[in-house]
Design a binder for this molecule. Structure first.
Ligand SMILES: [Zn+2]
Length: 278
């Protein structure tokens, strides 16, 4: 199984905008290539859709857009694009003007193991800053520092109480996928390769390569229902409960979570208690 080193996602998602100034994207790309050579740029699908629906209105576009954004494999993505093309070729071209690596799961970089298609995390952060933005830069930085100090402490204390080696949110997803896996039929081959057949078709799982043709396993790092069925067969039903966590990507484990918050934001006294600078 893969056991990558922790990778830190550069949270530089940019809200996409069709009116984005010509040339500025290239400048951003050059800046990122220089300072964040391993960063992948994602645009917020919610913002892309907000611009898309200015021209292409209706529930049918909405459903197809979100299906395309959340497609974790190219085949599902292409199906959505073909359905949009049947309604209006212009809508398909509008979307494909934005490279899918910026807005559709199937084309995301895999080493991050994060399948978010929206920028809600940054929106939440911005809303937390609230009125502090307009006071002064110093007040804003003080607010952010204290907020992060509290957050680090809350997260550290929170995960110390976990009894599992997986964060609760990851565990809940595994349980859900585990229930779904029970409906699948399996054909085994060799070398930890399996074909899983369900209501939405057949999927090939290569456990040694950490790969399922549904794509979800690779992009999220969380076991899909197909992988769980394969692992269940490989490890045996008795042992699978203990073994499943070993197949979850290391980025999604409790130890990775704790590593994220292992640092400390040091105390800074109030400005009037700062030493005088000669
Ligand atoms: Zn799968």
């Amino acid at each position: 199984m893969e056991a990558n080193q922790l990778n830190y996602e550069d949270d530089n998602e940019k809200d996409d905008d069709k009116d984005y100034e010509a040339g500025s994207e290239e400048e951003d790309t050059q800046f990122n290539d220089l300072h964040f050579p391993f960063a992948h740029r994602r645009y917020c699908a919610r913002y892309i859709y907000a611009n898309f629906k200015l021209t292409y209105k209706g529930d049918h576009y909405k459903k197809l857009f979100w299906r395309a954004a959340r497609s974790s494999n190219i085949f599902d993505f292409k199906t959505c694009m073909e359905e949009i093309d049947l309604i209006n070729p212009g809508a398909k071209n509008w979307l494909l003007d934005i490279h899918p690596q910026h807005w559709s799961r199937y084309a995301y970089g895999l080493f991050i193991r994060c399948d978010h298609v929206t920028n809600n995390m940054t929106e939440t952060f911005n809303s937390m800053l609230n009125t502090h933005i307009v006071v002064s830069y110093l007040e804003l930085l003080k607010f952010i520092k204290r907020m992060v100090m509290r957050k680090f402490n809350d997260r550290n204390e929170g995960c110390n109480s976990w009894s599992l080696v997986l964060p609760p949110r990851v565990y809940v997803k595994i349980l859900k996928h585990s229930r779904e896996s029970r409906t699948l039929k399996m054909i085994t081959t060799w070398n930890m390769k399996y074909e899983l057949i369900g209501a939405s078709g057949g999927y090939a799982v290569k456990l040694r390569e950490y790969n399922c043709t549904c794509g979800s396993l690779q992009v999220s790092g969380i076991l899909c229902c197909h992988a769980i069925a394969a692992i269940s067969y490989y490890c045996g039903k008795e042992a699978v409960k203990d073994k499943l966590t070993q197949f979850v990507h290391i980025n999604l484990t409790k130890s990775a979570y704790m590593q994220t918050y292992v640092g400390m934001i040091h105390l800074i006294p109030d400005q009037k208690r700062w030493p005088e600078v000669p």
